[in-house]
Design a protein around this ligand. Structure first.
Ligand code: SF4
Ligand code: SF4
Length: 380
């Protein structure tokens, strides 16, 4: 069982083997208090995704961060960010992941990380790598646990054209190599993530083989679109050449099978189900339930808090400029959204690494045998 959990948690942004036992206890506690009872808790969520900025130095073809910036206009003050970090620390959150936008552009990033680390919280960053070398010393000094760098191809031209930032591939790889040389021991763990598109799937095995020689862990996630408050909110028309055509189902399945067979870390339900998510998401939606509001919260650059920024039905739960973080976590809004999801009324599905716990939970046999959790038993 332990081996199974360790293997599957590699799809999460941070391997947490060090904290495995306490995480497992917290996991069970969260299921009992937040899912079964749906009651208030003195402990915060297990995970926080903190989207610190929608500013970015890249202009990726599949990303809408620059238009989200127009929607979430206000920025958190330094004082509020610091007070929130203390509140997160006191509420016993286990993991905080910083993402955006480009997190290394956010001026208060290391002030906040310093505080979270003083509460022994695991911290990971997701970056495009352009400023990695420049910020490497601060990353090391502040004991960041894990860095995920987005690399979409082993071909530098292809990567730079997808990301619309000339020279990005070179600076990102240099940043990774520099950080690896300077780190003491294995922290920060360096991970790559590749956005899988119709354009790069033909060379995905080569890209993963190349990245495996450079980083500690590799990962992929399928291109996504139309998410409500997310940087993946673009419409399909604007990135047609990257999207999969129905005629490509069999070839996509075979690329993914090959990848899962060649690289054992990809042999999990999250990666194995990528073709189903791309070509027939409704089949997954019918059987895979969402665990998001029971385990995590997302803080936006302007202080709005959500548990999900993909579905339009999951509205803001509050704003940390107006309420405390714990008031939001125990508030009526989140309880309503938990209830909706408990009754399987959400009718949605997303497939990104930060919610790969949904696929992980689905692959655990016990919860799926219990009528309380089993989604397919409840749907017509
Ligand atoms: S995907 Fe990342 S690097 Fe690319 S524009 Fe969006 S936030 Fe920036
Ligand atoms: S499954 Fe639905 S509610 Fe849950 S995180 Fe994904 S889009 Fe949001």
């Amino acid at each position: 069982m332990l081996k199974f959990i360790i293997k599957h948690t590699k799809t999460l942004p941070i391997p947490f083997s060090r904290r495995l036992i306490s995480m497992s206890i917290e996991f069970l506690r969260a299921i009992f208090r937040n899912y079964i009872l749906n009651t208030s808790s003195s402990r915060g969520p297990l995970f926080i995704t903190w989207m610190v900025t929608f500013d970015c130095n890249a202009f990726c073809v599949f990303c809408s961060t620059h238009s989200q910036k127009k929607k979430f206009t206000a920025d958190l003050s330094r004082e509020k960010a610091i007070a929130t970090a203390h509140e997160i620390g006191k509420s016993k959150v286990k993991i905080v992941g910083f993402t955006g936008g480009e997190v290394l552009l956010w001026p208060y990033l290391f002030d906040v990380i310093k505080i979270l680390k003083s509460y022994n919280i695991a911290v990971y960053l997701v970056t495009n790598g352009h400023l990695l070398k420049e910020k490497a010393d601060e990353i090391l000094e502040n004991r960041v646990d894990s860095i995920t760098v987005s690399i979409d191809s082993c071909n530098s031209e292809e990567h730079d054209s997808l990301r619309n930032l000339p020279g990005l591939f070179k600076t990102a790889i240099e940043g990774i190599q520099y950080l690896k040389k300077k780190r003491h021991g294995k922290y920060p763990i360096i991970k790559s993530t590749t956005v899988l598109t119709q354009q790069n799937i033909h060379t995905i095995s080569q890209t993963i083989e190349y990245l495996s020689r450079i980083v500690d862990h590799t990962s992929i996630q399928p291109i996504s679109f139309g998410y409500e408050n997310h940087p993946h909110s673009k419409n399909t028309h604007s990135m047609k050449s990257l999207l999969f055509d129905n005629a490509e189902y069999h070839s996509t399945q075979s690329y993914i099978d090959q990848l899962c067979d060649q690289f054992p870390q990809f042999n999990t339900s999250y990666f194995r189900n990528i073709p189903a998510f791309i070509f027939n998401p409704i089949t997954l939606q019918k059987k895979i339930k969402c665990w998001s509001p029971f385990f995590r919260l997302i803080i936006m650059p302007d202080g709005e808090v959500f548990h999900c920024i993909a579905s339009p039905a999951m509205s803001s739960l509050g704003n940390i400029n107006k309420s405390s973080f714990m008031q939001i976590w125990n508030g009526s809004q989140i309880r309503q959204q938990r209830d909706c999801i408990r009754k399987h009324q959400n009718n949605c599905l997303c497939w990104t690494q930060d919610v790969s716990f949904n696929a992980l939970m689905y692959s655990l046999k016990l919860p799926n045998k219990l009528p309380t959790f089993n989604k397919s038993d409840m749907l017509p």
